[in-house]
Unconditional design. Structure first.
Length: 277
């Protein structure tokens, strides 16, 4: 007798089922039972489209300041090929070659036939075709919610800095924004890729051996704000007049401390952040 009533005697002819067999039938429990790969992929694609801002079609003129595929890829810490494929899937990226590849595929041509017709390699042909649902072949790490968390954090700190830019606590909000942008890919005035890490009160840029101290950053910050109030823009890093200015300047532009040309400060900061993550 147990809590569920008396045990029924097992028949001699009844098959013996092992615990391992029972477990096998049940299947291995999912590590992430709430994980929906399709939804994560859709979110990843939507984010790429959002950052791309304006559709690209080589038959139509596009805004000069609209983000490039490479810029979106850098912002999302992924490859340009993956972003381009996502944009093609979403229908917001079109070139003569991509249209030809898709047209041949829709006409029933095999990948090899498309390769022969266009002269493209197999990987390039696949790169110009949209993803097929259920066959995205994306590493889970790129779909992780961490990207969304970092994105929201950067939006938040930029908005707070905008509100408090001239307050007594502005330096604290500035430093919070700088910390939030660790590992972000900036572009210097000379077109060089730039990243940094933060350790305590120091910034370590990947293109500079010596660190830039928090005190130096704050000196540059107050100079930038002075120039912004006086003439409405900061024309270049030299105007900051501090050590490491060529690296500090693109960071200031990105987080909204100043602008390069005369325009209203923080105009559409949220929109700008959405463009570039």
């Amino acid at each position: 007798m147990n809590d569920f009533g008396p045990k029924r005697p097992m028949s001699e002819d009844a098959p013996c089922v092992s615990d391992d067999t029972v477990k096998a039938k049940r299947g291995r429990p999912k590590k992430k039972p709430d994980y929906d790969r399709e939804k994560e992929i859709e979110a990843f694609q939507a984010r790429a489209v959002e950052l791309f801002v304006e559709p690209y079609d080589d038959r139509i003129e596009r805004s000069e300041d609209a983000p490039s595929v490479r810029e979106v890829a850098n912002a999302m810490n992924t490859t340009s090929l993956r972003v381009r494929k996502m944009l093609i899937t979403a229908g917001v990226y079109s070139t003569r070659l991509s249209r030809k590849v898709q047209s041949l595929y829709e006409d029933g041509c095999s990948i090899q036939q498309i390769m022969d017709e266009t002269g493209l390699k197999k990987s390039s042909v696949h790169g110009y075709l949209p993803y097929i649902k259920g066959k995205y072949n994306l590493p889970e790490v790129t779909l992780d919610a961490e990207y969304s968390r970092v994105y929201r954090k950067r939006i938040s700190v930029c908005e707070r800095l905008r509100r408090e830019i001239d307050s007594p606590d502005a330096e604290e909000y500035l430093w919070d924004a700088i910390v939030a942008y660790v590992d972000y890919s900036f572009i210097t005035e000379k077109g060089l890729s730039l990243k940094y890490t933060v350790q305590g009160g120091e910034i370590f840029f990947n293109r500079k051996k010596k660190s830039v101290t928090r005190a130096t950053v704050m000196k540059a910050f107050h100079r930038a704000r002075q120039l912004q109030h006086e003439k409405g823009f900061v024309s270049g890093p030299k105007e900051l007049g501090t050590f490491g200015a060529s690296y500090i300047y693109p960071v200031f532009l990105r987080i909204g401390v100043c602008v390069k040309k005369s325009e209203k400060i923080f105009e559409n900061v949220y929109s700008r952040e959405s463009k570039n993550f």
